[in-house]
Design a protein around this ligand. Structure first.
Ligand code: GDP
Length: 234
């Protein structure tokens, strides 16, 4: 499987943790240590833009909480993101001082006034396009309904920021092997033009399948030392 990391344009904005903390590569994270850090309604409320961050996005019901639960072995984390008042916020979970998982809100709040939705959309786009420590996005889609308008919007924002996206086609157990593989190939073909930034896999939280592939991508993004390199003169 090819692994893609964020383009050089974004690397030059990398901020070291502090003067006393040298630019050493971070260790592979222990996902079971994930702990709730904070929530933000806008970019200015996010934790300092330092270190390594990976965002999880998906329409509501795509299986995001189940995937985060199965990755971290902690059902309380996803519940934290669903606490009333936090469902429309960007929720941060700390893996280590320098590494974070970020749960982005889906579109699960049809009763919210349009103006609120617009503002939320603006803030989400802002976060995806401006957050320098964001190394990549895990985009979850139900394998039976891939590439819906919400997914396309998330892909467009990520790609316009040259950010790698790894797609999980979730609930793969709901389809037989043949149709699941055929959907995988179809989605890959549809995104062929972006193959340098986009990868796709099947995933099932229920059957615990696809974990190793997901971990390979997450570990690569969350320990990507190329962001530590000094920019070279052009
Ligand atoms: P979220 O809204 O994206 O956080 O979605 P959830 O994780 O809450 O999942 C939505 C529904 O899909 C729940 O009823 C889950 O039990 C179910 N679900 C999630 N992952 C899987 C899976 O891998 N297989 C199956 N069969 N159902 C799943």
């Amino acid at each position: 499987m090819a692994l893609y990391t964020r383009c050089y344009y974004h690397k030059r904005h990398y901020q070291p943790m502090s003067d006393t903390c040298p630019n050493l590569p971070p260790p592979a994270p222990n996902y079971r240590r994930a702990a709730y850090l904070t929530s933000a309604a806008k970019l200015s409320q996010c934790p300092p833009d330092q270190g390594w961050e990976v965002a999880f996005a998906g329409r509501s019901n795509a299986g995001k909480s189940s995937a985060i639960n199965s990755l971290t072995g902690n059902s309380k984390l996803a519940k934290t993101s669903r606490t009333p008042g936090r469902t429309q916020l960007i929720n941060f979970f700390e893996l280590s001082e320098q590494q974070r998982l970020v749960d982005l809100p889906g579109y699960g709040f049809a009763k919210v006034p349009l103006a609120v939705k617009r503002e939320w959309t603006r803030q989400l786009e802002n976060y995806l396009q401006k957050r320098q420590c964001l190394r990549g996005m895990i985009l979850l889609m139900d394998v039976r309904h891939p590439l819906q308008p919400f997914d396309q919007q998330m892909l467009d924002w990520a790609l316009s920021a040259s950010m790698p996206v790894h797609i999980l086609l979730t609930k793969a157990d709901k389809l037989k092997k043949g149709p699941a593989t055929s959907t995988l190939l179809k989605v890959r073909a549809q995104l062929e033009a972006h193959r340098e930034l986009v990868s796709v896999q099947l995933f099932s939280a229920l059957k615990h399948s696809g974990h190793d592939q997901l971990l390979t991508v997450l570990n690569a993004w969350l320990t990507d030392t190329s962001v530590l390199e000094e920019p070279t003169a052009t």
